[in-house]
Design a binder for this molecule. Structure first.
Ligand SMILES: C[S@@+](CC[C@H](N)C(=O)[O-])C[C@H]1O[C@@H](n2cnc3c(N)ncnc32)[C@H](O)[C@@H]1O
Length: 264
């Protein structure tokens, strides 16, 4: 089932495939590679932030799995790469179940190939702004039980939800559908503390892609956790969130904030 997903055009760079390129993947086209290199040249540190975000995601999923969370809804899951959510979750609990959701056809196709024959995990091709449609999709109905605690993941996806589509409301709508004891994981890059001259060129790169990037300040991202029980150390740069030996050693130039909270 496809719910208002993005069109595939290899000539137009796409942030999902640019991110795959930053992570060293091969599900990307020449236009994506050029745009990714242009973004890195315009603002050195974008690539490192992508890698650090992926490390944060792995740690956050492990953290939830260790607290007994055995089902996950990964919104804007991206092109599969090393350490996918179901691999991490099923290491802790072989019965863990995961539904991935993405709007980008290459990400969905790669996920379908990876997940063929993988028990307990599936991919939904959909735009996450269609909350009711996502939550009532057959993949969700067959794998997830919304009446039991679940891990909701929104890692590096909300920058692609413009203010006009109200990301705060989107977070609230998904959280409202979950049972108490569920967790939400959010990460989001922030260019706001830099001079406009420094960031204009990177915005120009993203303007030419399928999805514009919206930067948000720390306090705005932290506000999305209001009313939830924020896990220590709160909303911090992803490298500061419960770091572990073996993570990509980076000093983030581009602040990429991450946080995890429990739904009371
Ligand atoms: C930067 S990648 C992050 C991938 C993964 N969550 C991670 O943190 O490693 C952002 C992903 O969000 C997806 N995305 C952006 N807007 C979306 C939307 N409205 N609905 C579904 N997916 C979306 C993109 O296609 C892309 O795969």
């Amino acid at each position: 089932m496809i719910l208002h997903a993005h069109e595939l055009d290899p000539q137009v760079p796409n942030p999902a495939r640019m991110y795959d390129y930053f992570l060293g993947g091969y599900h990307n086209f020449e236009a994506d590679r050029q745009a990714a290199e242009a973004a890195e040249a315009a603002f050195p540190g974008v690539r490192a932030a992508a890698r650090a975000n992926r490390d944060f995601l792995r740690r956050a999923v492990r953290f939830l799995a260790e607290r007994g969370i055995g089902q996950f809804l990964d919104l804007g899951s991206g092109v599969p790469t090393a350490g996918n959510v179901h691999e991490i979750a099923q290491k802790a609990d072989p019965g863990a179940r995961v539904v991935y959701v993405d709007a980008e056809p290459v990400a969905v196709h790669a996920s379908e190939s990876l997940l063929a024959g993988a028990p307990g995990a599936d991919i939904l091709h959909a735009d996450i702004r269609h909350v009711e449609a996502v939550l009532s999709a057959p993949q969700v109905a067959s794998l997830l039980d919304l009446d039991r605690p679940l891990g909701l993941i929104m890692a590096a996806v909300l920058p692609y939800i413009p203010d006009a589509d109200d990301p705060a409301r989107l977070v609230r709508r998904y959280c409202a559908a979950l049972s108490p004891g569920s967790y939400v994981v959010i990460s989001h890059a922030s260019f706001d503390d830099f001079e406009q001259a420094e960031t204009d060129r990177v915005y120009d790169v993203y303007k030419a892609t399928t999805s514009m990037f919206t930067s948000r300040r720390h306090e705005r991202i932290a506000g999305w956790f209001d009313g939830l029980d924020l896990v220590d150390p709160g909303v911090v740069t992803v490298t500061e969130w419960r770091p572990e030996p073996g993570d990509t050693p980076v000093r983030l130039r581009l602040p990429h904030y991450g946080g995890v909270a429990r739904i009371p």
